[in-house]
Write a protein that binds this ligand. Structure first.
Ligand code: ISC
Length: 450
């Protein structure tokens, strides 16, 4: 393999890189307002992108500066980035189409020298999309620096308007740990939320729909503004089989891969059907067996698998949809899980696939339209980016989009953090059990803030 580039190394990290790379703002952000018809500023030249292998710099998350940092890591591999070379903010039902068009245009105009040639090298954007059409906050960001690792190969990508210097990669000082976290119910307290679950069961029994996912939130207040690198490091260490992410204050560790597209191969990990772990391995094994036999959970799972298979079918050939789920063991919960695969047939990008899949029945319900209407009516919660697609895309269209679960959004003051969790409700659901399940799903982020 080619030796890592050293000649251009300079002893600085994210912040001072901006001396070397002029930041092109793809679309200016005006306060928090939404740019619905984005275009790259025609006065700016194309983005100039260079990817090259580098020596292993250690844990990817340890490279992140405190601000403008992005992450998508899974068991040591993944992508981290910092700085903003270009960005798009969008909203509305057209948010995915806006983002896909912006990305196609930006990619087509970019000048790329990619010495790595793997999914995630070359031009890359991190993104996060809201669950609901009418929420603000969908974003794609192209960092100034991206560091990736995959199958033992580490690379750096530098993005700007000119030939940028390649920064030396050094771990920064350890992040400041969160302190003084207190947690309170969001606008709907746990008692009221159980009543909503009961109401959803009534609606399901009245045959209006088969399944609906209801979510709740917790509000954490910290002593000081959150250094998001601290919970990210904790989540990545505690949940290595999940995808730990951060985009624009939205962070978490999701076990659910909405869609991955790599060199024509499409995969999706569907989760639905949950049981809490007890901490006693023998007992948990017995619980895993009962989860795999539970008709309530199997029914809930089947809806989610069907929704994913149906949404992928128009884009794929050779689809494989296993008939029986396996049990995914996480430290806090176990889930029924199915890995759906297919071969891309129509050239759709990972982002277009994510748009076709969202919202799957793991976060919406069945039928989708009725479930989404009931969520809006009952939930009394602005989900923001929770349960929306979060991940990355490269210029080839390859990418990974997880579902933004086991997640939280940092507020503008930096000290307030909203944590989210939801549960699939079907005819047999029991409100108190669903509350306990949602508490278990809040554990990863809650512990990472404590
Ligand atoms: C909606 C969430 O989880 C989904 C994913 C896995 C299992 C689920 C369940 O069993 O209800 C949910 O469908 C969440 O974690 O907030």
């Amino acid at each position: 393999m080619r030796p890592p580039p050293q000649a251009e190394s300079i002893a600085c990290r994210g912040g001072c890189l901006s001396r070397h790379i002029l930041s092109v703002r793809g679309t200016p952000r005006v306060g928090s307002s939404v740019v619905s018809h984005p275009a790259v500023d025609p006065r700016s030249g194309p983005l100039v992108v260079r990817s090259a292998p580098v020596a292993d710099p250690g844990a990817l998350l340890s490279l992140l500066p405190p601000d403008d940092a992005y992450a998508w890591v899974h068991g040591g591999d993944g992508l981290v980035g910092w700085g903003r070379a270009a960005e798009l903010h969008t909203a509305g039902a057209s948010r995915f189409a806006d983002a896909a068009a912006w990305w196609r245009d930006l990619s087509a105009r970019a000048v790329v020298r990619d010495e790595v040639g793997t999914p995630g090298s070359g031009l890359v954007a991190f993104g996060s999309f809201t669950f609901a059409d009418d929420a603000e906050g969908s974003v794609l960001v192209v960092p100034e620096v991206v560091v990736g690792r995959r199958d033992g190969v580490t690379w750096i990508t530098v993005i700007g308007t000119g030939i940028g210097a390649v920064p030396a990669l050094v771990a920064g000082a350890p992040p400041r740990q969160p302190s003084g976290a207190t947690f309170a119910d969001g606008p709907v307290d746990s008692q009221a939320w159980q009543q909503l679950v009961a109401e959803a069961v009534t609606r399901i029994e009245a045959d209006a729909l088969d399944k609906v996912v209801l979510a709740r939130d917790l509000v954490a207040t910290l002593d000081e503004p959150l250094d998001v690198r601290a919970p990210l490091a904790r989540l990545a260490a505690d949940y290595p089989s999940c995808w730990t992410f951060h985009v624009d204050g939205f962070f978490g560790s999701t076990p659910e891969m909405l869609v991955r597209l790599e060199r024509g191969l499409v995969t999706s990990r569907v989760l639905a059907g949950t049981i809490r772990r007890t901490g006693d391995d023998t007992h948990d094994l017995a619980l895993a067996g009962s989860l795999a036999r539970s008709s309530k959970d199997l029914e809930e799972h089947e809806y989610a698998v069907r929704s994913v298979a149906d949404a992928l079918a128009p884009h794929c050939t050779n689809m494989f949809v296993p008939e029986t789920p396996f049990v995914l063991h996480l430290p806090n919960v176990m889930h029924l899980a199915t890995d759906v695969t297919g071969v891309m047939k129509d050239g759709a990008s990972a982002l277009t696939l994510a748009a076709s899949l969202h919202p799957s029945a793991a976060v919406g319900g069945t039928p989708t339209a009725e479930a989404v209407r009931l969520i809006a009516e009952l939930e009394q919660l602005d989900r923001g980016r929770y349960a929306g697609p979060v991940g990355w895309i490269d210029a080839r269209g390859d990418g990974e989009w997880g579902i933004g679960l086991r997640s939280a959004q940092v507020g503008d003051d930096g000290r307030t953090v909203r944590l989210f969790a939801g549960c699939g409700i079907v005819a047999d659901s029991v409100p108190a059990d669903e509350l306990a399940e949602s508490d278990a799903k809040l554990v990863p982020v809650r512990e990472a803030l404590s």
